[in-house]
Design a protein around this ligand. Structure first.
Ligand code: DGJ
Length: 767
């Protein structure tokens, strides 16, 4: 709900409130962002602006803005912190003084050409620069149901001359003096979303200048009170509905108060007379229930207001992807056989990854030439898709439309279509196409339209495998080069908008070497993202844990791959690889045809289990549960509290470990639940020479005797069954079966290897 009370604006969600007011001068003073307060007057208790002693500045009205919490900081006039807007006025000066003009309550108000969250109630506040015809519009959208508030800014130049904009941020959140920490999610290729917590002092930044939202630093960040933890304490979270360069600044000023600003980063934008510039939309939330509260606001918000279209609430198919099975060595015969194998394990979609188009024998060539390779796929995509469908699975395809290889027909025809000069730092042997140019966008759109309308394609994996080095467009004059990076993203969004509207039933999965463009902007077009090229279960449980702070599991592509893993060469149990992937959108990135029959059977059972609990696993509320060091325990619970699933993952197996209970989250206290565990039978080969301790005959590792024993000797399998109230599972916890640790093995011990895990299922007990 949005309330305006005299000069105070109050934005309320179910549990939170955000308030600001206009002071006499017309400057917007931020008042509060926290839990809802009972009375409207409660919000208006911030101190009137004081004249700061010493050498601080005062404005024309004798007010000091240095420590005033504000909604729209600018350069000059005594506010020394990072501004929301930084613009060079026609005379070359940068000092701006934006003051309240009026407010409106528009029905629809979205930034032009940019994706934004859907729904909500909007407030528009218009500010005017005191001495110039320059207007700053601030848009606030309140999502009551999910406790999220979105913000974006529009700058309008009504002057007779050009204004140079170097910064137009999406949001600014000023917090009162206190002790805070900044939490960001950093990484690189194959190790995305590592949570970094730093004491907030001086100035800290979270940003990307790679041209994309990047795996180096995700736009999602949190600020919390120093003592805040998973379940208690105050935290604020920020994110951006944008896929390009971003900049987040957290500053503590000389008086201890905090300014957080976030937006698309530095620009060099020429705003001509009569023109306007829109920032991307940013989103924020607050919780006094620690990081779990933040996730419980952000997850439903993304599911409801960011993800859209036919696939928003639809269960996602279990897929088999050809990449780690075949890499570039694809052929019609192999793909059809893979489809058969996919069907055999119960998968519903076969995705033909890289390597299918003309001349693509490795990663040094052919990007841009979007025609099926006549040698590998002589009958073309349409026939291939039909034959895949005949095997009983849908057909999906990988593309990387924003790129061009030097060795390609496209580059030969249009060498000037690349972003940057030809002599530039290169990534994966490819150039980025210049999407600031309409004719290049048309080529991308047309070539993708031809693919999608030429064959029965149910799914597209849209990849983007390099970062930008020389962000320069030959099509723009020198004075507009500072616009190239944002114009690229606008070009990309234009393409995605057209394609997703033209093919509304196609399931799009965004990918950028894994999670190099994992952001709310891409999620507005594509309901899921390939979270990381790292499919190792141990790494993935850490990466997925990181994503879970800001993003729901319903947007995370998670695959079971072969062992040893292709990124880490680590060996891990198949059940564990499944358990980790099952806490997201399940796929298999291996060739089932190369597995033994017992592994195929195990996978069949996994897929059957996943499908039976798919709504819960994909769309249930996700919880990070308390867990011991070296372990992690996550759960998903259904909205009606009838069922839940959880995975307990252990990085390093220990002999004779402490008995530590696992504490559940999200179960309903008064309900009674029946807990069962999901495991697989231990194998003789798991024990190596230790098998001789029990065996009447000598068994050597790798011998035929071991193979025969492995096949015929059935060992007892651990199975936990418990019944208790939800409150008991959450407060008192439950003890997993004692792990095997050197002595004693029977059905009452749990065989755990390194990187092993167990999946648990809770169902409501009706009695
Ligand atoms: C990077 C992706 O993240 C991988 O999954 C795969 O699609 C390759 N690109 C193909 O080149």
């Amino acid at each position: 709900m949005i309330r305006t009370d005299k000069n105070v604006f109050i934005l309320e969600t179910n549990q939170t409130a955000y308030a600001f007011r206009t002071v006499e001068t017309g400057v917007l003073q931020h008042l509060y962002y926290g839990c809802r307060l009972p009375r409207a007057e409660d919000y208006d208790s911030a101190p009137v602006i004081l004249n700061q002693p010493g050498n601080s500045l005062v404005d024309n009205d004798g007010r000091c803005r240095e420590d005033l919490l504000q909604e729209a900081g600018t350069v000059g006039w005594g506010d020394l912190r990072a501004p929301l807007v930084d613009a060079m006025l026609p005379d070359g000066g940068r000092s701006c003084d934006f003051r309240f003009s009026h407010f409106e309550r528009p029905e629809h108000a979205l930034p032009e050409g940019l994706p934004a969250s859907e729904g909500g109630e909007t407030l528009k506040v218009v500010l005017k620069e005191h001495t110039h015809a320059l207007y700053l519009e601030l848009y606030y959208t309140v999502f009551e149901d999910t406790d999220v508030i979105a913000r974006w800014s529009r700058l309008i130049n009504d002057e007779a001359e050009t204004v140079w904009v170097t910064r137009l941020m999406s949001q600014q959140l000023d917090l009162p003096a206190g002790e805070y920490d900044l939490i960001t999610f950093r990484g690189a290729w194959a190790r995305e979303m590592d949570m970094v917590r730093q004491n907030l002092a001086g100035e800290l930044r979270w940003s990307s200048n790679t041209g994309g939202s990047s795996n180096r630093c995700n736009p999602f960040a949190m600020v919390c009170r120093r003592g805040c933890g998973e379940e208690a304490g105050e935290a604020w979270a920020l994110n951006l509905v944008y896929s390009g360069n971003h900049l987040g600044i957290a500053q503590v000023n000389a008086y201890g108060s905090v300014r957080l600003t976030q937006g698309m980063g530095e620009l060099g934008w020429q705003l001509m007379p009569g023109e306007k510039l829109d920032s991307p939309q940013a989103v924020m939330t607050y919780s006094d229930r620690g990081f779990s509260g933040i996730s419980q606001h952000m997850h439903p918000f993304i599911k409801k207001h960011i993800v859209r279209g036919a696939w928003r609430d639809r269960e996602r198919p279990v897929l088999v992807n050809s990449w780690e099975g075949f890499y570039f060595k694809v052929s019609h015969r192999k793909v059809v056989q893979l489809a058969k194998n996919a069907r055999n394990i119960g998968a519903e979609l076969l995705v033909l990854d890289d390597g299918w188009f003309k001349g693509r024998s490795d990663d040094s060539r052919a990007l841009g030439d979007w025609k099926a390779d006549p040698k590998k796929l002589p009958d073309g995509l349409a026939v291939l898709a039909r034959e895949v469908n005949e095997q009983g699975v849908r057909f999906g395809l990988w593309v990387e439309p924003e790129m061009v290889s030097e060795q390609s027909e496209l580059f030969a025809a249009h060498p000037d279509w690349i972003l940057g000069h030809k002599n530039q730092a290169i990534g994966r042997n490819q150039y980025v196409l210049d999407l600031t140019r309409p004719e290049v966008c048309s080529y991308v759109c047309d070539s993708m339209t031809a693919i999608l309308s030429g064959a029965d394609i149910a799914y597209i994996k849209w990849d983007m495998n390099r970062i930008m080095s020389d962000v320069f467009s030959p099509a723009l004059p020198p004075e507009r080069q500072g616009e190239a990076s944002h114009r690229y993203i606008l070009g990309l969004y234009g393409i995605l908008d057209k394609l997703t509207k033209a093919f509304p039933d196609v399931l799009f999965e965004s990918c950028a070497s894994g999670g190099n463009r994992f952001d709310l902007g891409m999620l507005c077009y594509m309901p899921q993202v390939w979270a990381s090229d790292n499919t190792d279960a141990a790494c993935r449980s850490h990466i997925q844990w990181g994503y879970s702070y800001g993003y729901p599991q319903s947007v995370l592509g998670c695959h079971v791959s072969d062992s040893p893993n292709h990124q880490t060469l680590r060996r891990s149990p198949l059940r564990s690889r499944f358990n980790v992937a099952a806490m997201g959108l399940l796929g298999y990135e291996l060739n089932p045809g190369e597995l033994s029959s017992d592994k195929i059977q195990e996978i069949r059972e996994q897929v059957e289990f996943y499908k039976a609990h798919r709504r819960l696993l994909q769309f249930g509320q996700f919880h990070r549960c308390p867990s011991a060091a070296g372990e992690c325990f996550t759960m998903v619970t259904s909205p009606n509290g009838e069922e839940a699933a959880g995975v307990h993952f252990v990085w390093e197996n220990q002999p004779n470990p402490q008995s530590v209970p696992l504490y559940c989250r999200g179960l309903e206290g008064e309900k009674t639940y029946h807990l069962t565990s999901r495991s697989t039978p231990p194998r003789i080969t798991d024990f190596g020479s230790l098998a001789n301790y029990m065996s009447p005959i000598r068994i050597r590792s790798g011998s035929l005797v071991e193979k025969a024993a492995d096949r015929f000797v059935k060992l007892p399998q651990d199975a936990l069954e418990l019944k208790a109230s939800g409150r008991a599972f959450c407060q008192r916890g439950f003890y997993p079966i004692q792990p095997f640790g050197g002595t004693g093995f029977n059905g009452a011990t749990r065989l755990m290897r390194d990187f092993d895990s167990r999946l648990y299922l809770w169902t409501e007990d009706a009695e």
